[in-house]
Ligand binder design. Sequence first.
Ligand code: AMP
Ligand code: MG
Length: 409
Amino acid sequence: MARGSAAGTISIVATLSFEQARACVLAKVTEARVAPCAESVSLSEAAGRVLAEPVAADRDNPAVSRSVRDGFAVRAADLPGELLVIGEVRAGETFAADVQPGQAVEIMTGAPLPRGADSVVMVEHVSVAGQRVTVPRTLQAGENVSPQGSQARKDQILLEPGERLDFASIALLASVGRSRVSVFARPRVALLATGDEIVQVSETPLDYQVRNSNVESLAVQVARAGGCPHILPVARDLYAATRELVEQGLRFDLLLLSGGVSAGKYDIVEQVLADLGGEFFFDRVLIMPGQPLVFGRAQGKFFFGLPGNPASTLVTFEIFARAAVELLAGQKEAMLPVVWTRLARDLHQKTGLTRFLPARVSADGSAVDPIQWQGSGDVPALARANAFVVTEPGQENWRAGDWIRVLLK
Ligand code: AMP
Ligand code: MG
């Protein structure tokens, strides 16, 4: 099925469904990767990085049993009843005395539960007169109390290596006193646009030329996935020039090519990769946009040949190459951000392909509306979209209100 690495031979390569191709990328990269080097960063630099060490609780969490409400610390067995208020305890203090039967201590949210008390009655549920508090209800022992160690025990592992650090994990690191943390080095990802028609963004293109937008979108996507993008010069559609740049690209941890993988006479990327000993896992996927997508490995490095139309490039990155970057970055797993919502209008598509159609999800998330577009080259439509509707290859018609998958942008 896969093309062999005998230099220069081009034989049959696999055409896969979307699901098969994604499974192939995940399996190949997971199987081949080695743990990246680790480096130490400060907490303020750690967001978005991948954790390289286990992180443990430095003490019980909470460290003492704490009230989760403003109210009165009581003994549940005393209730209902009238209790003597013997003092108050605020967050940031402890209460010195024990609470005896018939007694209560006024307590604020976050304050430690005084010894002898076992629960907290909310201030809204009592009436206070001088030193007496009347509680007309019963309470369960433990009510409105967060017990010592209930969230984590001292030395318990709370984050495993391979976890991508988000704002909540930063809160966790801060709460256990980690001002520095060990993270994996970012993979270096080479971006190589091909095509005689491509000019620099700063240039004024002639009518038959286009600006190199693909490496710009890819650089953003690579960085978002946890990689370090490196833009190579544009490869003209000439064998020698393309080969030299592909060789440079294969010195990085991952090579992403844009363009040159269709069936045209000057689409020479696959030939160059084959001549460099490339092994191809697939070179066509039953998707739209991006059908001629190529994935393989040469000289020990994975490469993707992403079709050059801007929609093809950015969609195939999101659904395949992003996972490769995330796994090479040391992430334990790569998740596709797909959710379900309802279609805002009827939709008709030819069967046979999984389609990724630019769309807008409504502000409340309750519906998705496909955007009118002119196909894979329509960058303005891509910019208007905040998501892609994902169609099933076997289904032709959807009605407004039907549930449908959406890939978030
Ligand atoms: P290709 O996949 O090489 O056949 O390219 C298909 C089309 O994608 C070209 O005709 C260009 O219009 C467009 N394209 C290719 N490369 C780029 C690029 N780097 N930036 C923007 N558009 C591109
Ligand atoms: Mg081309």
